[in-house]
Structures are given as C-alpha cells and as structure tokens.
Design a binder for this molecule. Structure first.
Ligand SMILES: Nc1ncnc2c1ncn2[C@@H]1O[C@H](COP(=O)(O)OP(=O)(O)OP(=O)(O)O)[C@@H](O)[C@H]1O
Length: 341
C-alpha cells in the first residue's frame, strides 16, 4: 500500500429525489488499500459505493480515480469492479465461462483468455472447479467465482457489498482470510461495505465509520477499536458503558456520580465491560443480570448512573442476582470521547 491518494471523493452529495443520502463526504483512499465502509443500516454505505461504481448519479462534488475525474464517466468505463452480495453468477455457465465472461466481451479469446481465466481461478483457489456449473458450488466457492470474475478484469478498484454476509459462520472466517490473501497478492485496491464491526476490524487496513450519510471517524482497526472519537463509534465497537463528563462528575442516563480520579479533557468516557472492576471501588450497584459466556461472566448492575455492564473471569466466584456490589469506573481505564450524542 502506498501513501499516495488513489481514489478521492470530494464534497460528495448523493440524493434520492429530494432526500440526501450522503452529504459533503470527503474521503481519500490509497492505492492497494483494503478499506471498509462500516455503519448501521441506512447510513449511506451502499449509496456511496454505488456512486463510486457509477451506478448512482452524483448530485454535487467530485470523484477522482488515479488522477482522472470520473464523476460523469459511465460505469463501464470506470475500471471499477463490483462484487454483489448475491454474486449474480450465470447458472447455466461453467465456472470457467463465468470468469471468462467479461474478458470475452472485451474481445479476448484463445490462449490469452485461457491463461487469464486460469490465473484468476488459481488466485481464488478454484483451479479444480473450472468445468463445474455454478449452482453445484458451495456459497463460499460461488463467492470465489464472483471474486475471480472481477479480478481478471484488472479493475483499478474492486468494491464488495457485504461480501461475507451470505456465508455461514465457519465459511465466513475462511473467506475473511481468503479475501485478505487475494487482496494482498493481487495488490488491488478494495473497498468493502459492511455493518459488521468484527468483519471490518478483522479485514480492513482502514475503517470508515459512517452515520447518517456522513463520516463519523476514519482510522485503522486499532484506532477505531481502542480510541473511538465519539459515543456513537464507542457504542458500535462494544464500549457498553458510556458517560458524559461535566465539572468532575460522570453523567449517566439515570444520574451522576463524582469521578473516582482525575478526568482527561473529553466530552465523555467509555469503558468496555471488562474494564469495570467489581467488588471494590467507590460506587455501589445491585446485580440485576448475570450471563455466563464460557471464560467470563457478564453482570448488569443497577446503579445511580443507570445500568453498568461488567465482565469478570468465570473462574471467580459468581454473584447472585440482587447482590449489592462495590464497583469503580476508573477514568484512567476509559477511552476519552471527543463527541457525545
Ligand atoms: N432507492 C432508494 N430510494 C430512496 N431512498 C433510498 C433508496 N436507497 C436508499 N435510500 C435511502 O438512502 C439512505 C442510505 O441508504 P443506503 O442503502 O446507502 O444505506 P446502507 O448504509 O447501505 O444500508 P444497508 O446496510 O441497509 O444496506 C437511507 O436513508 C435509505 O433509506
């Protein structure tokens, strides 16, 4: 991956009729990068991806790819590949012919075609399946065909819409690794859309968290996971305890308490359940929920701030429902948030 900007979205506004789905979006993507567009349903991920592919008109703003303004260039002239959630394979054609399809449309044939298709199938690990019809493949294999079919066209950018959502849990893990490998080996710039934070964290070089048609935060998986900028991102990546901060107080949905230590410059603080010490600390809460998760137990405490979630090692003695427990919300163990809802 190089640092040079390869694909740029400048003040991009996209709308359906009078309703803006994406507004004033600025984003720079590097060559060879694997970028995730992450966000809840309706935040504008698909709309953004469709506009890059040329399938959604741009209301205002600009899309520049490899130094060329492609804002008004038609989809088939953009050199951008798209792998849909449904794969959209031709069921009556073999794997080989599915992968060859776009190349044939370009007029390629004979040995050159065979060589390209075989290389594509090899990249995705499907060399032995060239003669099969696509309905006789597993979901993961069908996805590999869709991937090979796009890769052989040597797109400048390959976009994938929820690439793993149709696969079962085991295949999803396998395809995650596979996608990463193919991307690193082919060096193709990839953008994938997902609403699954685990998938985005596992796969992407950088994550763009979207919300209501705008970017909430951009960062590496580590930055998004450990240093969420806002309560929205914190909540999205599993910080289940979030308080606002005001005049030395922690402010929760039900009330406020004095902070147990010096507070950083921040609008709020966020803790994952495993950062909450149980059994000691200046605050008191009552156990209202316990759930066992193999190696740990998660407790929901009723507290003056509102519900607090804490996760402790399952090897420790369990607390019964109704037990009153001391706990802490140590500011030094929290992620400081710059923006609160
Ligand atoms: N064809 C359409 N006509 C009108 N509004 C639409 C259309 N498609 C999407 N929208 C609206 O545009 C906004 C962004 O939708 P988009 O599909 O880009 O979100 P998304 O983040 O991809 O969601 P999902 O994860 O559910 O696919 C939403 O408010 C949605 O209701």
């Amino acid at each position: 991956m190089s640092d040079a900007t390869y694909l740029t979205l400048e003040k991009l506004t996209l709308a359906y009729g009078k309703t803006a789905a994406v507004e004033n979006l600025d984003l720079s993507i590097h060559r060879g990068e694997l970028l995730a567009l992450l966000g809840p349903s309706g935040c504008g991920k698909t709309t953004t991806m469709r506009s890059i592919a040329g399938l959604m008109p741009v209301r205002s703003g600009k899309i520049v790819l490899d130094g060329r303004d492609i804002t008004r260039v038609s989809a088939n002239k953009r050199e951008i590949g798209l792998v849909f959630q449904s794969y959209a394979l031709f069921p009556h054609l073999t794997v080989f012919e599915n992968v060859a399809f776009g190349l044939r449309l370009q007029g390629m044939s004979g040995a050159a075609l065979t060589e390209k298709v075989e290389a594509g199938l090899k990249t995705v690990g499907l060399s032995d399946f060239a003669a099969r019809k696509t309905p006789d493949l597993s979901g993961g294999q069908q996805q590999r065909v869709a991937l090979a079919r796009s890769l052989v066209m040597q797109p400048k950018v390959l976009m994938l819409d929820e690439p793993l959502s149709n696969l079962d849990a085991r295949l999803r893990l396998e395809m995650r690794t596979e996608l990463q490998r193919v991307q690193k080996e082919s060096g193709v710039t990839m953008i994938f859309v997902t609403h699954d934070q685990v998938e985005a964290l596992a796969l992407a070089d950088r994550i763009v968290v979207m919300r209501n048609g705008a970017i909430e935060q951009i960062g590496t998986p580590e930055e998004i996971y450990n240093q969420p900028a806002s309560s929205f991102v914190a909540d999205f990546v599993g910080f289940e305890n979030i308080t606002a901060v005001k005049d030395g107080m922690l402010v929760g949905p039900a009330g406020e308490v004095k902070a147990s230590g010096p507070l950083p410059q921040a609008a709020g603080l966020a803790w994952r359940p495993r950062s909450i010490p149980l059994g000691s600390g200046p605050y008191k809460g009552t156990v209202r929920g316990v759930s066992y998760a193999g190696s740990s137990r998660e407790y929901v405490l009723e507290t003056p701030l509102g519900p607090v979630k804490a996760e402790v090692d399952a090897a420790l003695p369990a607390y019964a429902l109704g037990t009153e427990l001391a706990f802490d919300l140590p500011p030094e163990a929290a992620a400081p948030l710059q923006k609160m809802d």
